[in-house]
Design a protein around this ligand. Structure first.
Ligand code: GAL
Length: 385
C-alpha cells in the first residue's frame, strides 16, 4: 500500500515542482516604476542592499554597486563588502553577489570591520577592465584614516581584486594654489583657528601636504573622451578635491584642483549635459540629512559656480533633500538628457534598512532641480521632450 502511494507521489513530483516554481514566480514582485523611500526588493524578494551606490552601464545593462550593510549599528562598518545588482529596466534588480569582499586576514587593510563607503566602478578601455574606487576607513579608527581605496576586475560583477588604499597627492601642489595662497596658509597656520576655518585658509591642506590629503565622500566621473576624475570631500570635509586619474584609472595623476575651500560639501554626484558639468552635493551633518547644493562648470577643473539648493518642494523637503543624501547621478540608456538622481535615506541605527531615493533630474532654465514623485517611471522623460 505504502509503496503504491510512494510511487504515485514520485510520479507527480515533477508536476508539483513545476507548480511550486510557478507559484514562486507569481509571488515575485515585478516592478514597473520607482517608489522612492519604500522597501525595494530584488528578484529574490530581499530589500536591495547597495547603499551609497553608483551605477555602471555596460551595453543595455545597468550594474548598481553599493555598500552591503548588515543589521544594527554595526552595519555601518563593512562585514561583507560591496554588493552588485544588475537590471535592464532599472526597476527589477538581480543580485549578482559580492563584487569586493572584505578580508579575514588581519594583515589586510580591507579586514572586516573596516569601513567601505560609496563604491563607484568605471570601465577602462585601455586595459579592458573595471576599476572600483571607494572611501576606506581603517578598522577601529573611526573616520580618521580618510583613505581612498582601489580594486580591479576583468568582469563587471567581479570578483574585484583589492589593490591599495592611500592618502591623496602627498607633496604635490594643486593646479590652483598660488604663491599668495601658500603664504596666506602659512601665516594662518600660526593662528588658533575655529574648527572649519582651516579649510577656508588652506591650513588643513598644508597640514596634510607631506602625508597626503584626506579623502572621504567620493565619486568618479568618466568624461566622453575617456578622461576620468575622482571627486572627493577633503580637508576635514571642508574642501572638495577634483583629480584626474591616470590612463589606467588605477591611480591619481598629479593634476588636481581644490574647489569651494571651506564650503563643507559632501556626497558629490556629477553629470554632464550639453557640454556642461553639473554637481550635486550635500552639506555636512553626518547621517542626518541637510539641504543639497548644486553647481555648474564648463570644465571639470572649474571654475565651478554655485547654483544653490536644487530641491523644489515643501520647506521640509528643501531642508532635508527628501530626508536623503546624494550618492550618484546616471544617464538613462537610449534617452537624451535623461538623468536619475540617486540618494540614500540613511538609518544608521539599523543600517541594512536604509532606503533609496531615486528621482528624475529636471531643469529650471539652466539649473538642475529635483522634485518629489512618489511613483514614477521612465516615461516621465518622454513628457519632458
Ligand atoms: C556622511 C557620509 C556617509 C558616512 C557618514 C558617517 O556624511 O555622507 O557616507 O560617511 O557621514 O557619519
Amino acid at each position: 500500500m505504502e509503496s503504491i502511494i510512494g510511487s504515485k507521489i514520485k510520479k507527480m513530483l515533477p508536476l508539483l515542482m513545476t507548480l511550486l516554481s510557478m507559484c514562486l514566480l507569481f509571488a515575485q514582485k515585478k516592478y514597473s516604476g520607482f517608489d522612492p523611500g519604500a522597501i525595494w526588493e530584488d528578484t529574490e524578494g530581499l530589500h536591495i542592499n547597495a547603499h551609497g551606490g553608483g551605477m555602471t552601464i555596460v551595453g543595455d545593462t545597468y550594474y548598481w554597486f553599493g555598500e552591503h550593510k548588515v543589521k544594527g549599528g554595526r552595519g555601518n562598518q563593512s562585514w561583507v563588502g560591496v554588493r552588485v545588482y544588475s537590471s535592464k529596466d532599472l526597476y527589477n534588480w538581480k543580485n549578482e553577489g559580492v563584487a569586493l569582499t572584505v578580508k579575514k586576514d588581519p594583515a589586510s587593510l580591507l579586514i572586516e570591520g573596516s569601513v567601505i563607503e560609496r563604491p563607484k566602478v568605471i570601465y577602462n578601455e585601455k586595459n579592458k577592465n573595471y576599476v572600483m574606487w571607494f572611501h576606506h576607513e581603517l578598522k577601529g579608527q573611526g573616520y580618521d584614516a580618510a583613505l581612498v581605496g582601489v580594486a580591479v576586475s576583468d568582469s563587471v560583477t567581479g570578483p574585484y581584486e583589492y589593490l591599495k588604499s592611500f592618502r591623496m597627492h602627498p607633496k604635490v601642489w594643486p593646479l590652483n594654489f598660488s604663491e599668495e595662497q601658500k603664504k596666506h596658509a602659512i601665516e594662518k597656520s600660526k593662528e588658533k583657528l575655529k574648527w572649519g576655518e582651516g579649510s577656508v585658509h588652506g591650513v588643513y591642506f598644508l597640514r596634510d601636504f607631506e602625508i597626503g590629503q584626506m579623502s572621504r565622500d567620493m565619486t568618479l566621473f568618466k568624461d566622453d573622451d575617456g578622461t576620468a576624475y575622482h571627486i572627493t570631500a577633503s580637508e576635514e570635509n571642508g574642501t572638495l578635491i577634483i583629480s584626474k586619474l591616470t590612463d589606467d584609472y588605477l591611480s591619481l595623476s598629479n593634476e588636481y584642483v581644490r574647489i569651494f575651500p571651506g564650503g563643507n560639501n559632501e556626497a558629490p554626484a556629477i553629470f554632464k549635459q550639453n557640454g556642461k558639468y553639473y554637481m550635486i552635493t550635500s552639506g555636512l551633518t553626518g547621517w542626518k540629512p541637510n539641504p543639497a547644493r548644486s553647481a555648474v562648470a564648463s570644465n571639470m577643473f572649474g571654475p565651478w559656480k554655485s547654483l544653490g539648493n536644487p530641491v523644489r518642494g515643501t520647506e521640509e523637503e528643501k531642508a532635508t533633500t527628501f530626508k536623503s543624501q546624494s550618492t550618484y547621478i546616471f544617464p538613462v540608456v537610449g534617452r537624451k538628457n535623461a538623468f536619475v538622481f540617486m540618494a540614500d535615506r540613511w538609518t544608521p541605527q539599523n543600517a541594512i534598512d536604509g532606503r533609496y531615493i531615486w528621482l528624475p533630474i529636471e531643469f529650471e532654465g539652466d539649473n538642475p532641480i529635483i522634485k518629489w514623485y512618489s511613483n514614477w517611471n521612465l516615461s516621465f522623460f518622454d513628457s519632458k521632450k
